[in-house]
Design a protein around this ligand. Sequence first.
Ligand code: 5GP
Length: 139
Amino acid sequence: MADTIFSKILRGDIPCHKVYEDDLVFAFLDIGPLSYGHTLVIPKEEAATVDQLSDETAAAIGRVLPRLCRAIKAVTGADQFNILQNNGLMAHQAVFHVHFHIIPKPGVSEGLVIEWAPGKLDPTEGAKLAAALSAEIGA
Ligand code: 5GP
């Protein structure tokens, strides 16, 4: 995997405002915040997209995310927030090292603004798709 700006932050080659660190996970303030408190949570493992993460690192991120969210809520005073995780250029990923955004939502037009255009799930197609996914997962 190519060296990214986040690898440089992890190595301490470029500065950041660190929020949290353990053996597997690192969190710091986003340099271009969508709202006050916008924080990035990254694995120390070098992986470009979330599907490439090891189970151990994925579990470590999952374990710490709620704690980071509680701290961000307490400090910013925003009681609502989004967690955003982009994978791939079309999906708005700019830095190809896995990262989870925690973005406080202090007001309707602040923080993450989402355009959401839902379709309609066809029951027959849904059953086939769910079965295919389950088989692929091996569950
Ligand atoms: P993406 O679009 O890949 O999900 O988001 C990348 C995020 O990384 C952006 O929100 C951007 O502001 C942030 N970012 C990019 N470069 C730096 C940096 O050098 N330092 C920090 N703290 N954040 C960065």
